[in-house]
Design a protein around this ligand. Structure first.
Ligand SMILES: [Zn+2]
Ligand SMILES: [Zn+2]
Length: 175
């Protein structure tokens, strides 16, 4: 979705307001695609501040289906966003690029709404995803989800240095 900023700039004190649906079905993070389970309409407001300056306000919320870091179960994670940027068109594009990061989604006077939303989702993307605070994870031996019950495997962590001693001990026993 592309919106022309020049329209709002042609009217003194002009305000352009619209609601969009964010079209992408998936979000790409670190090379992995994650599906959206819900997307609220994106509210966009462009205000002409005069002197070739505009204020862009963006608001919305998406819900991503992300795997739990420990057990890989799908977790619905909401990412609300609300942001505003002021863009000064009286300076050159190079100068704007130097002190603002909106060059990814503003090309000339065209605002790429999807790219703007995408950047906000990226900023709100969780560092850690857990299905529950005390998720027990999966068994390292058989892969069972330990939240659903104990699988009975021996998961005693072996110290690698200890395993050397154990090997020596086993060899000794064989003699
Ligand atoms: Zn989990
Ligand atoms: Zn197991």
């Amino acid at each position: 979705m592309t919106v022309s900023l020049s329209e709002a700039m042609q009217v003194a004190g002009g305000v352009f307001e619209e609601e969009f649906s964010y079209e992408p079905e998936e979000f790409c993070y670190a090379g992995v695609m994650y599906p959206f389970s819900e997307k609220k309409p994106v509210k966009l407001r462009i205000t002409n501040l005069g002197d070739r300056k505009v204020k862009i306000e963006l608001e919305g919320e998406v819900t991503l289906s992300l795997p739990c870091d420990r057990c890989l179960r799908e977790v619905a994670v909401s990412i609300p966003f609300q942001t505003e940027r002021e863009v000064d068109f009286s300076v050159s594009e190079e100068e704007r690029a130097a002190d603002l990061d909106e060059t990814n989604f503003i090309n000339g006077y065209d605002l790429d709404v999807d790219a703007f939303v995408c950047e906000e989702i990226l900023l709100g993307f969780p560092m850690k995803v857990l299905c529950q605070e005390d998720c027990k994870g999966i068994c390292k031996v058989c892969g069972a989800n330990l939240n659903e019950g104990e699988c009975g495997c021996d998961r005693t962590e072996l110290d690698p240095r200890m395993s050397v001693i154990r090997d020596i001990f086993n060899n000794f026993k064989e003699v």
